[in-house]
Design a protein around this ligand. Structure first.
Ligand code: ARG
Length: 570
């Protein structure tokens, strides 16, 4: 049952004006911020023009006409042009319980995505370079979006567009040839490779011959020279092994690791298509696409003066490949806002590749703001970076410290769930575009707006149910026991779960679910403190226990959608 729909129908029915339709009226109906203003409000100024009357008069007249004819509505008030609707409380509860009962453990699952394919590209770190805290953020946001789309019925595919191509690999190969024996790449390979990279770069600056050697090596690599390709593969495998450690900690998986190198032999088609469509122009020897008429000043470079391809060209080849391979309806890129221009450019250029509009319309850059640790910007170049793996392990050990005196089984597992959950939630709780200072201590505050707080509340719901020893049947719930202020606030929140998920999907914004989970956890905490759940009175116990069960499922599913586990005890 959709109360907004019922109200809209009532309004349209009594007004009998052909200029009004139910859907439009429904759109206008609001949920008042103040609970004292009712459950729903209709702002009558929306109709003033059509009906040629003042809003307060419309509100008065509507009130008169509607009040008499509905079983769901307890009371209607006309207040300064607003029509406030108070729904019969037990009807609200009944409705919410019924909705929940249809899905139970699956509460929140949707099917709007059935038959559609979404590609979620995220993480995409660079081989032989550190996985930095910005990569952590795309990994966490991307994984949440992956789960949210999947939850809504989409055929969802996760892609890791590895940065595994470019002249730096040639440099690494030359450096490794020179000094490889000095380094044991098996331990901390990324640190070692970074060191080699730094060293060879310095040498290149001093010695033009070495630079030339690197250029030639790159050509060999591109031509598939066995020695070079084997080494490149080894660097890649070593890096991936390092990245896997992080992915395992976060419980993140990818369906494809096709990175930039995968597209290196698929770029000619891009050049040819652009050429054929008359879009390529010469600029200082380079081939570029001018985008000025699209409002983008900087041209998109497709081929450098020396004939070599660039990042953008590989992304364009990837779009062609993905369209053909996956026939996607949507392809989203979770990449930092620093690359806004890049994505604007390639999405425009993609329109010149003779692709069906379905594909070019489905491309979307989901960007996010800068993230840094309290000490200063995390950057590979500046050298003051923290290893993400260390950060995650520190979160786990801090969680383990907090939990050390508690009597729980499998403390290691719980510490991991809490520590990792804390990091994930901290990265998701604000809207993604906001710049962020990542504070691990704040993330682990059990009384803050954090994962541990929500996990703790979820565990509490669980132990209440365990203590009772049963989950009541919906049919046994007397809804009148859930109409007090604290219960109904929780009921209404839970009822809204589906809309929250759809809103977060629509905006590609996991923070909407994160904030929601905080609200539900807080509402349960108040409900729990104000109401005796387990009691002699079986009728009251059944009602409150059922609401506890609804809360448990809603919180668990919210956290899972964000990529966060719920411990059994904590
Ligand atoms: N490897 C890049 C980086 O670390 C991100 C790749 C983003 N994805 C893309 N399709 N261009 O900055």
């Amino acid at each position: 049952m959709d109360f907004k729909e019922i109200i809209a129908k009532l309004i349209v029915d009594v007004l009998q004006d052909e200029n009004l339709n139910e859907n439009e009226i429904k759109e206008y109906i609001e949920i008042p911020k103040e609970e004292s203003n009712g459950d729903y409000a209709f702002p009558c100024f929306r109709l003033a023009k059509i009906l040629k009357k003042a809003p307060n008069i419309i509100a008065d007249e509507l009130k008169e006409k509607i009040s008499k004819q509905n079983e769901f509505i307890e009371k209607i008030e006309s207040v300064s042009g607003y029509l406030n609707f108070y729904i019969d409380k037990s009807k609200i509860v009944e409705n919410a319980l019924e909705k929940f009962n249809l899905q139970k453990e699956d509460y929140g699952k949707q099917n709007i995505g059935n038959g559609k394919t979404v590609l979620v590209e995220y993480s995409s770190p660079n081989i032989a370079k550190p996985f930095h805290i910005g990569h952590l953020k795309t990994t966490i946001i991307g994984n949440a979006l992956y789960k949210i789309y999947k939850n809504c019925g989409f055929n969802t595919i996760s892609l890791n567009h590895l940065g595994d191509y470019g002249t730096q690999f040639a440099k690494l190969i030359v450096g490794y040839k020179k000094w490889g024996e000095e380094y044991n790449l098996e331990e901390n390979p990324i640190d070692k490779l970074s060191e080699i990279y730094k060293r060879i770069n310095e040498l290149c600056e001093e010695d033009e011959n070495v630079l030339e050697e690197c250029r030639e090596t790159f050509k060999k690599l591109e031509e598939g020279d066995k020695y070079c390709v084997d080494l490149w593969n080894e660097f890649k495998q070593l890096s991936l092994k390092e990245f896997e450690k992080i992915y395992n900690l976060l419980n993140v998986k990818f369906d494809s690791y096709n990175g930039e190198a995968f597209y290196s032999d698929k770029m000619q088609e891009v050049v040819d298509l652009l050429e054929k469509n008359g879009k390529l122009t010469e600029s200082q020897g380079a081939k570029v696409v001018n985008l000025e008429d699209k409002g983008i000043k900087a041209p998109c470079i497709i081929q450098k003066a020396n004939g070599s391809s660039i990042y953008a060209t590989r992304d364009l080849a990837a779009i062609l490949y993905r369209a053909r391979t996956y026939d996607f309806d949507k392809c989203i890129y979770v990449v930092a806002e620093e690359q806004n221009l890049h994505f604007k450019q390639i999405f425009e250029v993609a329109k010149y590749l003779d692709l069906n509009e379905k594909y070019t319309n489905g491309l979307e850059h989901v960007s996010y703001g800068m993230i840094r640790l309290p000490e200063g910007k995390m950057s590979t170049r500046k050298g003051n970076f923290v290893k993400v793996e260390d950060l995650l392990n520190e979160a786990i050990s801090k969680a383990s410290e907090i939990l050390k005196d508690r009597e729980i089984e499998n403390k290691d597992i719980v510490a991991k769930q809490v520590g990792i959950g804390a990091v994930i939630f901290e990265d998701l709780k604000e809207s993604r575009i906001k710049n962020q200072v990542f504070d691990l201590n704040e993330a682990l505050n059990f009384n803050g707006e954090t994962a541990p707080y929500i996990q703790y509340m979820t565990v509490r719901t669980n132990s209440v149910i365990e203590k009772a020893g049963y989950i009541p049947k919906k049919e046994d719930v007397n809804t009148n026991y859930l109409t007090d202020e604290d219960s109904i606030r929780l009921v209404k929140l839970i009822e809204n779960f589906g809309k929250i998920i759809l809103a977060s999907l629509e905006k590609n914004e996991p923070s909407i679910i994160a904030r929601y989970a905080i609200d539900v956890a807080k509402a349960y905490s108040i409900f729990y403190n104000q109401n005796k759940i387990l009691s002699e009175d079986k009728i009251s116990q059944d009602a409150r226990l059922y609401l506890t069960y609804m809360t448990k499922v809603t919180l668990t599913n919210s956290l899972n959608l964000l990529g966060i586990d719920v411990p059994n005890k904590m």
